[in-house]
Ligand binder design. Structure first.
Ligand code: C2E
Ligand code: MG
Ligand code: MG
Length: 706
């Protein structure tokens, strides 16, 4: 307990004050009692005095009057014997000091003794004068003696007198002893009272102690306990207050129970909030925050133990396509199924202490621990890639998606959580760059790759103006008669240091950075300008068309019809000689918006083709709803058309379906004669590919034409 003026101290103070007041009162009572004892003594002494005086006076009066009457005759006849008898009888009585019988002149006649020493002498003691001159009963008080005298009369004549001395000393001694007796009894009484007071005080002190103890037990202690609990709750430990157990049936008990209930509900709320803050609502997996805490904790444990750990970053390839084409509900469904597959794989292969979390979007992170983490991580990554590559059924459709996995190791690659997570991200990105649907371990060289990408974006910015970007043209042939009918414009970047960079690398950079919105119109204009130069050369009668790739971003901006119109007007190219290639996903993102734009484009006479057809999820029925003039069957189908009967069936179906809708079918990526033959046999309209002709620069293309 701290040294402050607390509840207990206050009670102690109050008790002490009450004790002091009571003790003072008792002391006062005691001193009053002492005083009144003295008074009682005095009063009783006075009462006794006056009582004994009165009785002495009465006794003296009676005795002397009696004596005076009895002595009348003996004095008259001068009978000394009779006088002696009477005097001696009187002297024998207690408390009588002397007796003197005297004649009319005051001379002693008898004093009760045998020899009568003073006989005949006149009385001359200090009281004698009044005695002699008194004519009736007379009393005189001196220090030790009450002198009572009375004349002896015969008729009216005074013939003498008698005086008796009553001894006062004796009476006083008796009185003193009575007072002393009273005094001892009073003292006794006082002592008894003092005893009571002392006993009362002790009882009072004991009562105070008891009250203090009870206050301590009933109030101070529980309140202190509650204060301690409140402090621990304040510091964020909610569970500790369960320790309060009280079955007291009073207000403090109520308070303690309320406190305990409050702590319970705080604990519950806290747990709920933590759960909400730490889990991903869609999949029920832990989220980034939770994973970060676990990772920090594991690193702390492992660092000292010299053990290893691996982080796997798994990202679904082209997941955006699912959201764009099938809607967000389907996207959620896909994520859920992926999460379940990943969870199963982790349970099967992750080993002890494996952790799985969703980092938001389509990114999952797995922590693996063990002795040979490199091996167990690659085994798990293998399983993930294989497992997640299996088709998923969503809303009655089969969806093919892949996963790219990046792996980073502790302590090999980095020792801090932040650096590890960054590495995992980089490795995952590299898996994407390497063609997706695979896994990559982090290496320091990857850091440079990421830097290169940032660098690339900066360099791409001014590349067109510096003349580093150019267009190449790949011829497109009619299968029916093998005539060259047009060419696809493909962008190339000749980097001053790195040489040729493929569009698969820089087009994505341009799209993500928004550069494509300035680059696209420039490509369009250049392609139209180049195409104008071939218009005069007509190897098969009609002029060649040029087809230009347009990115989804350009379509979304809504300026495309105007840009096309401007390019045509500026170069003078006929509208029907220009073909626009759009990817399926660009069109499917917002069907209504896209349909409007496409209708506007077509109204100017420009043809619209769907590029990479078959890789999205649109299906053939979709073609009915989007106004396009042609589809380009993706080269992945063409590649297998000779081996895979499914691909052949699909290709055949696309051709038949397109033709029934009056749509042109183009096959891209024709690399072998066999492919060409099959496509031709199935009635495909147009084809392009390395077997027919590689993309070549403008000048080369013109020579080819001639
Ligand atoms: P894409 O529109 O499907 O273009 C066809 C791609 O297939 C070209 O790749 C071409 O060189 C390649 N190719 C042609 N014949 C064959 C063959 O027989 N076998 C194989 N394996 N490949 C063949 P490239 O030039 O690397 O372009 C890749 C993609 O970049 C294009 O695919 C297109 O989507 C995009 N792209 C190219 N130029 C532009 C552009 O100016 N603007 C936009 N937005 N995208 C462009
Ligand atoms: Mg194309
Ligand atoms: Mg294509």
């Amino acid at each position: 307990m701290s040294l402050r003026y607390g509840l207990q101290a206050r009670f102690l103070g109050m008790m002490a004050l009450a004790l002091v007041v009571v003790l003072t009162l008792m002391a006062l009572l005691w001193s009053r009692q002492e005083g009144s004892q003295g008074e009682v003594e005095n009063v009783s002494r006075e009462a006794m005095d006056s009582m004994s005086n009165a009785s002495l006076r009465r006794r003296g009066e009676g005795m002397v009057t009696q004596l005076a009457e009895a002595l009348a005759n003996p004095v008259y006849y001068f009978d000394l014997d009779a006088m002696g008898v009477m005097a001696r009888a009187a002297l024998r009585q207690p408390g009588i000091g002397y007796i003197t019988v005297y004649d009319a002149e005051g001379k002693v006649l008898h004093d009760g003794s045998e020899e009568i020493v003073g006989y005949g002498t006149r009385m001359d003691d200090p009281l004698a004068f009044e005695v002699i001159s008194a004519r009736q009963l007379h009393m005189q008080w001196s220090e030790d003696i009450l002198d009572v005298s009375a004349p002896i009369l015969i008729g009216n004549e005074r013939i003498g007198g008698v005086r008796v001395g009553f001894d006062l000393v004796e009476a006083r001694r008796y009185q003193d002893s009575a007072v002393a007796d009273l005094r001892t009894r009073l003292d006794d009484l006082g002592r008894r009272q003092l005893g009571w007071i002392a006993l009362l005080s002790v009882a009072l002190v004991a009562l105070g102690g008891l009250v203090l103890w009870l206050v301590q037990r009933w109030l101070v202690q529980p309140i202190g306990q509650l204060a301690d609990m409140a402090r621990t709750i304040e510091s964020g430990q909610f569970e500790t207050a369960h320790a309060i157990e009280s079955n007291r049936n009073d207000e403090v008990g109520d308070l303690m129970r309320a406190f305990s209930r409050m702590s319970d509900s705080l604990t519950r709320h806290n747990r709920e909030i933590r759960r909400m803050a730490y889990t991903d609502a869609l999949t029920g997996l832990g989220n980034r925050l939770q994973f970060r805490e676990v990772l920090d904790q594991r690193l702390l444990q492992l660092r000292g133990a010299g053990r290893q750990l691996a982080l796997l970053f798994a990202d679904i390839d082209d997941f955006k396509r699912v959201n764009d084409t099938l809607g967000h509900d389907a996207g959620d469904e896909v994520l859920l199924q992926f999460a379940n597959r990943i969870r199963e794989s982790v349970e099967r292969l992750g080993g002890e202490g494996a952790e799985l979390a969703r980092f938001g979007g389509d990114e999952f992170v797995i922590l693996v621990q063990g002795d040979d983490v490199r091996r167990s991580a690659s085994r798990l990554a293998d399983a993930l890639v294989a497992e997640l590559g299996q088709p998923i059924r969503v809303h009655d459709r089969q969806v093919f998606l892949g996963t790219s996995v990046g792996i980073t190791l502790f302590p090999e690659d980095a020792s801090g959580a932040t650096a590890l997570m960054k590495n995992g991200d980089i490795a995952m990105y590299q898996a994407k760059v390497a063609g997706k649907n695979c896994y990559r371990f982090y290496s320091r060289a990857m850091d440079q790759a990421v830097e290169r990408r940032v660098h690339l974006e900066q360099e791409l910015r001014g590349a067109w103006d510096r003349g580093e970007l150019s267009l190449v043209y790949q011829p497109v042939y009619r299968l029916e008669d093998g005539a060259m009918v047009g060419a696809e414009a493909l962008l190339r970047w000749r980097h001053p240091e790195q040489g040729m960079i493929a569009p698969s690398v820089f087009i994505e950079v341009a799209e993500q950075s928004g550069l494509i919105e300035t680059l696209g119109p420039q490509v369009l204009r250049a392609a139209c300008r180049d195409a104008m130069k071939w218009q005069a050369i007509r190897p098969h009668g009609e002029p060649l068309f040029v087809s230009v790739n347009v990115s989804p971003r350009q379509l979304r901006s809504g300026d495309l019809p105007q840009e096309v119109a401007e390019s045509l007007a500026a170069t003078g190219l006929a509208a029907d000689r220009l073909h626009i290639e759009l990817t399926e996903t660009a069109v499917l993102g917002d069907e209504l918006h896209a349909s409007n734009l496409l209708t506007r484009l077509q109204s100017t006479g420009v043809k619209v083709w769907l590029d990479d057809f078959g890789t999205g999820f649109s299906g053939l029925s979709h073609l009915r709803r989007v106004p396009v003039d042609g589809v380009k069957i993706d080269r992945s189908f063409i590649a297998d058309v000779m081996r895979d009967p499914d691909d052949l069936a699909l290709t055949t179906a696309i051709i038949a379906m397109a033709h029934s809708l009056g749509i042109t079918v183009v096959a891209e990526g024709v690399e072998k004669e066999g492919q060409y033959a099959i496509l031709r046999e199935r009635g495909c309209d147009l084809a392009q590919g390395y077997w027919l002709g590689h993309p070549v620069a403008m000048e080369e293309f013109v020579t080819l034409l001639r």
